[in-house]
Design a protein around this ligand. Structure first.
Ligand code: NDP
Length: 300
């Protein structure tokens, strides 16, 4: 039996529509236009594409977009001064510094200089701590999008066992915290986990955030489990022509789709949800800054 395909592209469109609805209500009822500032240092081509997409979708949802492009050799003091200016700017509700930064810049210092309430990536230590403590936080976008898809598909996650493969600060760890907060029972697996296949086979929910193309095979998956594939891996695709590439996930889709109950594809699964959740976090930050109620359906 073939699994239900969780359509991240369609789901992201519904999240963006909710964001746009909240934005127009905030403008009409409170005269507030949520604003997102994105800071890009250097010329990394992938980062330039991300920043362009973020800016475009921000504007399409009715929000203000502020792009700050700095040269690759920008010094730390200049970047910190810009972050401080954005922290103080009342038109800016969300600040995102595009990672990775050039090697001469201290990413931790810069991220932790962003005002926690404007940290729409959820990477500031205050937000990491608040999420861990079960308090209101800004939640990292990729795990937030993954949780939204899981809740939409399952409703209640209580009683579900989950395995998150990967323990990074941006995906694996916050994903496990969110699952715990939703009353699932998560296990975090990583490169030193013995019998990874056996661990994965126990889980009702598998979240793969490893960065290894198609590592998780169908025969690792418990029949009927829900599989969220966070991986984005560029691999050669000779079948498309010489020198061509394609994007695959961390899960071997063709075998997993035959065993799982539901699965996210790559591309078109978690990826589109990440930017949608960035927009959601910006609206949430704007609402919190004005002491308005939490925007419904956009938070964990
Ligand atoms: P990291 O490289 O920071 O973390 C990878 C994790 O996977 C580590 O915890 C590592 O373990 C673990 N790991 C590596 N190899 C193995 C293995 N053989 N067995 C078990 N665990 C292993 O990656 P990220 O968390 O940043 O990203 C993970 C994937 O998600 C990547 O493909 C990335 O491109 C994608 N991604 C997608 C996003 C989206 O928008 N859809 C956003 C962010 C990331 P250890 O800690 O022991 O080294």
């Amino acid at each position: 039996m073939s699994a239900h395909i969780i359509d991240g592209k369609a789901f992201a469109a519904t999240v963006r529509a909710k964001v746009a609805g909240h934005v127009s209500r905030m403008a009409e009822e409170h005269g507030i236009t949520p604003g997102l500032a994105v800071v890009l240092v250097g010329e990394d081509p992938a980062s330039q594409v991300y920043v362009r997409n973020k800016g475009k979708q921000t504007v399409e949802c009715g929000m203000a977009s502020f792009e700050h492009k700095l040269d690759a050799d920008t010094d730390e003091a200049t970047l910190l001064a810009l972050v401080e200016r954005l922290n103080a700017d009342p038109a800016v509700h969300g600040i995102l510094v595009q990672l990775p930064l050039p090697a001469h810049l201290n990413s931790d210092l810069i991220i932790n200089t962003i005002a926690p309430e404007k940290d729409v990536d959820g990477f500031h230590v205050v937000n990491v701590g608040r999420l861990g403590a079960g308090l209101k936080a800004m939640v990292p976008c990729t795990p937030l999008g993954s949780l939204m898809m899981l809740k939409d598909y399952h409703g209640d996650l209580s009683g579900k066992s989950a395995v998150v493969i990967g323990r990074s600060n941006i995906v694996g760890k916050p994903m496990a915290q969110l699952l715990l907060g939703a009353n699932a029972t998560p296990t975090i697996a990583h490169s030193r986990t013995p019998d990874l296949e056996g661990v994965v086979r126990q889980a009702d929910i598998v979240v793969a955030a490893v960065g290894r193309p198609e590592m998780v095979r169908g025969d690792w998956i418990k029949p009927g489990a829900t599989v969220i594939d966070v991986g984005i891996n560029r691999v050669p695709a000779p079948e498309k022509g010489e020198g061509k590439h394609k994007i695959v996930g961390d899960v071997h889709f063709e075998s997993a789709v035959e065993v799982a109950g539901a699965i996210t594809p790559v591309p078109g699964g978690v990826g589109p949800m990440t930017i949608a959740c960035l927009l959601a976090n910006t609206v949430t930050a704007a609402a919190r800054s004005a002491n308005l109620p939490e925007p419904e359906g956009l938070t964990a």
